[in-house]
Write a protein that binds this ligand. Sequence first.
Ligand code: MN
Length: 243
Amino acid sequence: MIDFHTHLDLYPNPSEVARECRVRGMDILSVTTTPSAWKGTSAIAMPGSRVRTALGLHPQIAHQRRSELDLFDHYLPDASYVGEVGLDGAPEFKKYWDDQLSVFNHVLQACSRAGGRIMSIHSRRAASAVLDRLEVFPNAGVPILHWFSGNKRDLDRALSLNCWFSVGPAMLIGTKGLDLVGHIPREQILTETDGPFAQVNGRGMMPWDAQRAVVQLSALWKIPLKNVEQELDSNLQRFTSLL
Ligand code: MN
């Protein structure tokens, strides 16, 4: 099972969650929201587990943490994965748009100079702006758009820019999300939860709630669960070998 966008460090008991992920043999992308959290969060991953820790600076706190860009640059040579990064165009964050843009530009430029990274990208109400930035930095690496909520035109553009998509139970529960996912080629999709932020039944999702997305994809694609799992596993192999 794959959860390619989770915030392990934000659970009340990160080590227990990491242990359970290992027991279940899960593939995890553990994203961070600040560069200063990267080292400690990397340490949560159990030896021998398939937890990858991404170096991030979340757009919703870009205005508070832009001073950590030096630290981002410092850790980047040791980080194969970058995230959570991106832009957020919701009204409460739009007022920090300039900070968000300068942080995201910096991240993309640093990734380009470092030879490219796999990047888990937030694009809430900012899909076309995120795609504009990706177009400017074509060598930044391989983008995986997390919980994508743009329109069809944005989606077509994202596909032409070779973006991948991580989709979770929260996205697959609504008709808009389902419709979008129905238009994404199966071979460019991975599952995620965005736990513990994203919720199911009034509680923060655990990484293994990604199984709900597998069930939802099985219904959407009209193929058995087992085939969905095979598809996702083969996607993950291809995806992680792109860089
Ligand atoms: Mn997130």
